[in-house]
Design a protein around this ligand. Structure first.
Ligand SMILES: [Zn+2]
Length: 459
């Protein structure tokens, strides 16, 4: 099946595709606010109807929260699952928007034409790139180049409470060879990228208690042990002076980059000085024997996110507080085991408490890192397809944060996720004046058409 005709169809259909996206953007599908429940339903209905118009057998599926949209269509090639989300973030503060967030429009800006409105980038614009690519395939060839399942969620921006139960209940139906996700961005807003590594997260929130009540330093200062002094020493001991984390066993399961991946990352010429200067920093603070990109993408971290205790109001109070508290989190990579690290952290903490001190934990959930099997030829085929479209070599990149859905595909369905997205750093997702570059929408659609072609057996 010819790819060129499909690409030409996408080019010719851009005005209509843009209108369809504007239509979807008008639906106020804010998932976190119950006032917009009907709108979330409406967005799901809109997508069901649109997918059905492409001959995809699609249903709106009820969950305790907002519905899932699930569609299937047969095809010759591997079975691909596409995931996106139709819900959006709340719009406040509304007065910082230059226009009604749900009255989207095309705007000319100094950096090109953009689609402005809530959800333009995250994730309605991105998910429509894939659907528009399918539409073009269907209209040119009367069929899709691969067997496809669509799986569209309406609770991504509100913690996805129904996602895991739904995936578990419908495991067999969602089983596929690879999951495609369009909810990420381009590297430094210009290099097309496939995200292949996501860091996991572990949090510990705790309070240590020493004396049974707050004490006066005039009476107990010197003889009484201050919990803030104890806590500060414990937290300060988590890193050495070269940026390494000192917890015993912490680096167990950390995997090293392959030589190819290291070379590719070097080729990205990441400008870490500009990245840091943008936020008023000078020098990387991670492990000093690692490159800045490794520090963000492929190395684990430990950070104190909050610390409190004693008197913090106006004026001064010479108190030895009874308690001191902190929130500490770890970003995890490779096969690091969150529960083993939690246990090691607690052992370290408790070993450093003076006699008679106690600790209370408010346990938070933990998730391990995800790493995709880039040895699967589908990844290289997709990378070449992206490079062809954008005219620059596409990169495998990491992601310092977590995208839980990618891990769920692996754990529940047993499928690797391929994360390809066309967002830019200045899309202002989750913020006022969200936008999506028209170029991202157009070339993103063309990219998916190429990827579908590359993954199909007829290519
Ligand atoms: Zn999103």
């Amino acid at each position: 099946m010819s790819l060129d005709d499909v690409l030409a169809r996408i080019d010719a259909d851009m005005p209509a595709a843009t209108d369809r996206l504007l239509d979807l953007l008008r639906i106020r599908s804010i998932s976190t606010d119950p006032a917009f429940k009907d709108d979330c339903d409406k967005a799901a209905d809109w997508l069901v109807e649109d997918l059905q118009s492409l001959g995809i057998k699609t249903e709106k599926r009820v969950t305790p929260g907002h519905p899932m949209v699930v569609g299937h269509i047969d095809g010759p090639g591997p079975h691909l699952l596409f995931y996106g989300h139709y819900d959006v973030q709340p719009v406040d503060p509304l007065d910082l928007w230059d226009r009604d967030p749900f009255d989207p429009a095309i705007e000319d800006t100094a950096k090109g034409r953009v689609i402005r409105g809530r959800g333009a980038s995250d994730d309605k614009g991105q998910l429509m790139t894939f659907i528009e690519a399918c539409r073009a395939w269907k209209s040119v060839h009367g069929a899709l180049p691969c067997k496809l399942t669509f799986f569209l969620e309406g609770e991504e921006e509100s913690g996805s409470p129904s996602l895991v139960p739904f995936m578990e209940e419908n495991r067999d139906e969602l089983k596929s060879d690879i999951a495609l996700i369009c909810d990420t961005g381009m590297f430094e807003s210009k290099v097309p990228a496939i995200t292949t590594m996501l860091r996991g997260l572990l949090g510990e929130d705790f309070t240590i208690t020493g004396p049974t009540r707050d004490l006066h330093s005039g009476m107990y200062g010197g003889i009484g042990m201050n919990p803030i002094r104890v806590l500060s020493k414990i937290l300060a001991g988590l890193h050495d002076e070269t940026g390494h984390i000192t917890l015993p066993g912490f680096y167990d399961g950390v995997t090293e980059l392959s030589d190819e991946m290291r070379a590719q990352w070097q080729g990205l010429n990441f400008d870490h000085s500009a990245f840091l200067e943008d936020v008023g920093l000078k020098a990387p603070a991670g492990e000093q024997d690692r490159t800045p990109l490794e520090q963000i993408w492929s190395r684990p971290t430990c950070d104190v996110n909050g610390i409190w205790g004693g008197y913090t109001g106006d004026g001064f109070k010479t108190v030895l507080p009874s308690q001191a508290s902190a929130k500490v989190s770890f970003r995890l990579v490779g096969d690091q085991d969150p529960e083993a690290i939690r246990a090691n952290f607690r052992t370290y903490l408790e070993a450093n408490l003076p006699e008679g001190f106690t600790v209370d934990y408010r346990t938070d959930k933990a998730s391990g890192a995800s790493r995709m099997s880039v040895e699967d030829p589908a990844f290289e085929k997709a990378r070449v397809a992206l490079s062809d479209e954008w005219g620059i070599p596409a990169a495998y990149v990491g992601c310092g944060g977590s995208i839980p859905i990618a891990g769920y595909f692996k754990e529940i369905i047993g499928t690797d996720a391929m994360l390809v997205g066309f967002g830019k750093d200045d899309d202002q997702i989750h913020s006022p004046n969200e936008k999506y570059d028209l170029e991202s929408f157009h070339k993103g659609t063309r990219s998916w058409a190429r990827i579908l072609h590359a993954l199909s057996p007829s290519s």
